[in-house]
Design a protein around this ligand. Structure first.
Ligand code: ZN
Length: 711
């Protein structure tokens, strides 16, 4: 008999309550006893040492079951980890592994079913234990000893697991519901963003630091003016404005630190309803699918306002009105690159990009820039929705510069009466901006002065004998003095180009500029971006409807206030036939011809060197490529006493039989024997006036090029 068995019988006498120890056989004693110790959170480990002590006490219980101390394995890797899932709990994984590798005869734990709060993990453990014959001792006050391979025991263990999971669920649910109902009352506390603090009564108040408040007010005012997050960020960076943030946890909790704003922070500030005075909870909620256990804060997604747990307006002091908050939201949404609305000004010369709407399709017209050398880049507004989605033809297109000029003209006319008001508002705006920046500077200087004085005081109270301390404090004092000096210099640099109030000349300049808005509009210093910004302030949308392929485009401008202006834009077109007044024009032509008028014949055009026929003089006139009765186009033109461009026109209209040179310079080759030359001479002498008349008045077939007879 082994020593293990002997100690086992000794313990058996002492502990009569181990009624089920008959399940423990020598087979089990030859293997290890594993003691699994777990606490959910680090906080529990600190606050409930009794539980931990009790769990470690399981070792002596294992000894009572007959295991020698050195044959007891304590698995305590999971102290401070939640049992809600096995992920990240190396101890539990290790327990399963140890059992699978088969050196474990008994697992001991306190309320074992709670070691795996998820039934999935629990049943996996039971399965493995049943397979390898491992016993489970659950010391939940009943001192149960179970063999998962036995049906009754397994049923009981499974039930315990189910109840444990249900317990956790109920617990969570109760806590969660408690949180929610507290939040709905507006009583739940959470970390506040810059500019707010919790007061002693649990209410949200402005941060007592004036500079923190001033920065936020400036920030919201600037966004109102600039309209984009990027613009705001650049403004803050340019003026080196920092956000005052209270430290949330750890040492120095509640202290004020100044942080450089970044895009995400600004976005959060502008999106947070708290700044409009509303208590809000549940803007971001957990999405289990996105949760990654290694990142405890992961898996939270931004919810739509209708999904928020609580939104209680007018619960705390506000930095901006609710209307302003909503306006900011709309602006941020519109600024998104894929927004369906107008959005902020973007690159490009098209002043109305994003504003033009097709009356037929109700969609925005896209801007299509064409490549051109030297000339200002022409562009068109194209309605491509039908083409892109259904493969139909282009719905309509309007030449960009023409539409821009048309709308700009209306905008300038609309703005003219407001000139004086504009100038006053502009002056006021400039002064207000300067005032808030100056205020911020004053506060920064005040803070620097305070810090210097404090350093000085600290230096003065130190005992002169304490030289080491005095030296450190002296250095600190010097450092604050230097920082103050630098700040002062920077302040003067800031003041230099812009004094507090506008000078008389500046005022006059603003007034004069505002009075002559068209000049301001055309000025070289006014950029396309400025013009676009201006148009967006007054114009909400521009609906266009091209009248077929004619030169007329019906335009309806909807102003920001809701009023509308309608007009007809005349766009450049390619052909006379597409003009709306083409029919009356034809009638007039017929009338005049009837009255004996003859159409004016243009004088023969001076032939230029290169008109597409190919230059035989420069490129040689080898006849190797020519067939019988063929000649280079330029030679034939000479024989017919015709300008090269006219011959090219004849070729295009199919009046002469011509082909392109194979390879080489790809010049035109014209076939013309003696009879053909005679026919062409006759054709040249034909009544061009009559032909023009016919072309003007004939029924339009959709093709201008009349088909000449090919001989
Ligand atoms: Zn359309």
């Amino acid at each position: 008999m082994t020593s293990t068995a002997r100690s086992r019988s000794a313990h058996a006498d002492r502990d009569a309550s181990l009624g089920q120890r008959t399940k423990i056989t020598s087979w089990h004693h030859e293997r290890l006893a594993a003691v699994y110790v777990r606490q959910s959170t680090a906080q529990q480990v600190l606050l409930h040492p009794e539980s931990t002590r009790l769990q470690y006490g399981l070792v002596s219980r294992a000894e009572a079951y007959g295991w020698a101390r050195e044959r007891i394995l304590v698995i305590d890797d999971d102290v401070g980890k939640s049992g809600a899932t096995a992920v990240g709990r190396t101890g539990f994984e290790r327990l399963v592994t140890e059992v699978s590798l088969s050196p474990v005869g008994l697992i001991l734990g306190l309320e074992m079913a709670r070691l795996a709060r998820s039934n999935l993990d629990w049943h996996r453990l039971l399965d493995v234990c049943a397979l390898f014959g491992t016993l489970i001792a659950d010391l939940d006050g009943l001192d149960g000893l179970y063999d998962p391979a036995l049906y009754n025991d397994r049923l009981l263990l499974g039930l315990k697991g189910t109840m444990s999971e249900a317990e956790l669920h109920l617990l969570k649910q109760r806590l969660y519901q408690g949180c929610l109902s507290k939040a709905r009352r507006g009583a739940l506390t959470f970390a506040l963003p810059s500019g707010y603090v919790w007061d002693a009564d649990g209410a949200i108040q402005f941060d007592p630091d004036e500079q923190v408040q001033a920065v936020l007010r400036l920030l919201f005012a600037q966004f109102e003016e600039l309209g984009t997050l990027g613009g705001l960020l650049r403004f803050l960076a340019r003026h080196d404005i920092r956000l005052g943030v209270r430290v949330r946890e750890g040492p120095g909790k509640g202290q004020l630190v100044w942080r450089r704003p970044n895009r995400a922070t600004l976005q959060n500030l502008l999106n947070h309803p708290l700044y409009a005075g509303a208590y809000v909870y549940g803007r971001r909620q957990m999405d289990r699918r996105r949760y990654r256990p290694e990142h405890p804060q992961s898996g939270r997604v931004v919810m739509a306002p209708s999904e928020w747990h609580a939104l209680l307006p007018d619960r705390c002091p506000a930095y901006l009105s609710w209307e302003q908050y909503e306006r900011n939201q709309a602006r941020l949404a519109a600024n998104q690159a894929r927004a369906s609305s107008v959005g902020a000004v973007r690159q490009g010369a098209a002043l109305l990009a994003g504003l033009v709407i097709c009356v037929r399709c109700g969609t925005q017209l896209g801007v299509h820039y064409q490549r051109s050398h030297g000339r200002p880049s022409p562009f068109t507004y194209d309605c491509v929705a039908r083409r892109n989605h259904y493969g139909e033809a282009l719905c309509q297109h309007v030449p960009g510069p023409a539409l821009d000029a048309f709308v700009a003209q209306h905008v300038l006319t609309a703005l003219a009466p407001a000139a004086l008001e504009l100038s006053l508002a502009a002056a006021e705006q400039v002064e207000q901006d300067r005032a808030s920046l100056t205020q911020l500077w004053e506060q920064r200087r005040e803070r620097a002065t305070y810090e210097t004085e404090r350093a000085a005081r600290q230096y003065q109270v130190v005992e002169p004998e304490n030289r080491l301390g005095a030296r450190t404090l002296e250095r600190a004092w010097e450092k604050t003095l230097q920082a103050q000096q630098e700040l002062e210099e920077e302040y003067h640099r800031f003041l230099q180009p812009q004094p507090h109030v506008l000078t008389a000349e500046e005022r006059a300049a603003i007034r004069q500029l505002a009075a002559d808005i068209p000049a301001l509009w055309r000025a070289s210093t006014t950029t396309d971006a400025d013009r676009k910004e201006l148009i967006r302030h007054v114009v909400e949308r521009v609906e266009v409807q091209a009248q077929g392929t004619s030169e007329q485009v019906r335009v309806r401008i909807t102003w920001a206030g809701g009023g509308q202006t309608e007009g007809v834009l005349v766009r450049p077109i390619a052909r006379y036939r597409e003009r709306t007044d083409y029919a009356p024009m034809c009638a007039r032509v017929q009338e005049l011809t009837g009255a004996g008028w003859v159409l004016f014949r243009s004088p023969p055009r001076v032939p230029t060197l290169q008109l597409g026929l190919g230059n035989t003089r420069r490129r040689g006139s080898s006849r190797a490529a020519l067939g019988p009765d063929e000649g280079w186009a330029r030679e034939v033109a000479g024989k017919l006493d015709l300008s090269p461009s006219s011959l090219l026109d004849w070729i295009e209209r199919g009046v002469v039989r011509a082909r392109k040179e194979n390879g080489g310079w790809r010049r035109w080759i014209v076939w013309a024997d003696a009879a053909e030359l005679e026919r062409l001479r006759a054709y040249r002498r034909r009544d061009i006036a009559a032909e023009h008349r016919r072309r003007w008045t004939a029924v339009y077939t959709g093709n201008d090029r009349q088909k000449g007879s090919t001989p």
